[in-house]
Design a protein around this ligand. Structure first.
Ligand SMILES: *Cc1c(COP(=O)(O)O)cnc(C)c1O
Length: 424
């Protein structure tokens, strides 16, 4: 498609956009009385308007039924979480039984490490990307120390090449090959939070498995953003949060995936609690743990229903639209944003560059040369909510559910004004 950097052209794209009506399904923050241009769906997705009614339903059931709500609420609480498994399975490319929703992301990753990081004398190393999301670094380091090992000798980071802003799959595969029998776990963020790169999860997973390692993915920036086939790729485990592209509210619950082949095993090392034991006999309060045959075996506590309600609401929107339509619009709107950025970069001659590689999802990361922070502050004042990462990167994620092509055009105009104002 031949793009144009004009309001009329952007509006034409909006008219043809099959998802244009979904914008109205979300609450937009306002700055100076106008809806903002929202680029931070990769950090905290906007609130769907129907979320309130899902929370109200739980509050009302609690008000009217008290403890009876566990079994007699409109959506009974004791198995509320099970309603999320089917829609999530579609989004993650999983079987329903491979999905559970519980706790929060970093907590779940720790719990999954109990099962999938079991170092031995000879096989103990972890492979990850350099400068992983800080929580992932802390989690790996503390897990390693917990096992009495030294992080410096255990955690191996794949580096970007000098002068490049992205990781090369071939470098990751070479490292896996090199570590071979020593490699216990490959653990990477499927979509990098900083540069927006989408890793070749299928190829990397296969390579990890071929040397006998477990392979797990942090999908915080992948869930609800890119096409996933966790089951077919034979990923061992994955976890993600629900508040980024999944629009389920600040700090909300996390989903986990555990491959079918690890389910239904009594001897799986795992931290256990009463909600992981078989539903049928749970309330007999027996002293012996009998795991559920599903990923719910990893559930420790009874579900946080007030947190799951907004997640369930949001998943209804995903059900209605489907990942395919979201990805189709995502590709076009990100390409349009890229086009506009390049147009502006030409006009203001090289004050910034896009560092996101072609393997990407919804996010473009823009590296600002020279004065970055004042420009970012200027944009915020003009009603653009974007996100700043040190030293000099603005992350822009035009979430296809609610961002418009007109937003992209208007952003371009503001960016140009802002840069010219800084230069003057
Ligand atoms: C957002 C994000 C997290 C956040 O973890 P919480 O436990 O939900 O605070 C973790 N890892 C990655 C890669 C992220 O992008």
């Amino acid at each position: 498609m031949q793009f144009q950097n004009s309001l009329a052209f952007a509006q034409q794209l909006d008219e043809k956009d099959e998802l244009r009506n979904y914008r109205k399904e979300f609450h937009f923050p306002q700055i100076a009385g106008k809806d903002v241009i929202y680029f931070t769906g990769n950090s905290l997705g906007l609130q769907p308007k129907m979320t309130q009614s899902y929370i109200d339903e739980v509050m009302n059931d609690w008000k009217e039924l008290g403890v009876e709500g566990h079994f007699h609420a409109n959506k009974p609480w004791w198995d509320y979480h099970e309603r999320l498994a089917a829609p999530l399975a579609k989004i993650m490319g999983a079987q329903e039984e491979e999905i559970s929703v519980m706790n929060t992301l970093s907590v779940n990753l720790h719990l999954l490490m109990v099962s999938f990081f079991r170092p031995t004398k000879s096989r103990y190393k972890i492979l990850c990307e350099e400068k992983a999301f800080p929580s992932d670094q802390y989690l790996l380091q503390s897990q390693v120390r917990f096992h009495g090992l030294n992080p410096n000798e255990t955690i191996v980071e794949v580096k970007k090449r000098k002068g490049e802003h992205f990781w090369r799959t071939e470098d990751i595969l070479a490292k896996i090959e090199e570590l071979g029998d020593e490699l216990a776990l490959v653990f990477i963020g499927g979509v990098n939070y900083y540069n927006g790169q989408v890793f070749d999860m299928q190829t990397i997973t296969q390579a990890g498995k071929s040397v006998g390692a477990y392979v797990g993915w942090d999908l915080a920036h992948a869930a609800g953003n890119i096409a996933l086939k966790l089951h077919d790729w034979e990923v061992d485990f994955a976890a993600w949060c629900s508040y980024k592209y999944m629009n389920s509210g600040p700090g909300n619950a996390s989903g986990v995936f555990i491959h079918q082949k690890h389910l239904g095993q009594n001897d799986m090392p795992r931290f256990e609690g009463w909600w992981g034991t078989k539903k049928e006999t749970r309330f007999l309060m027996k002293p012996i743990f009998e795991p559920m045959d599903t990923a719910d075996a990893w559930q420790i506590s009874n579900p946080p229903v007030l947190a799951l309600a907004p997640y369930l609401a949001s998943l209804q929107l995903f059900e209605a639209v489907g990942m395919e339509a979201l990805i189709k619009k995502r590709n076009t709107i990100v390409a349009y944003l890229e086009f506009i950025l390049n147009e502006i970069a030409n006009e203001v001659s090289g004050t910034f560059e896009i560092i996101t590689p072609k393997d990407r999802g919804c996010q473009l990361s823009v590296f600002l040369h020279g004065q970055g922070r004042p420009l970012f502050d200027y944009l915020m004042k003009q009603g653009v909510i974007a996100d700043w990462r040190e030293p000099n990167v603005i992350r822009l994620a035009p979430a296809p559910f609610y961002c418009s092509y007109e937003d992209m055009f208007r952003f371009g105009q503001l960016l140009k004004e802002g840069i010219l104002a800084q230069i003057d």
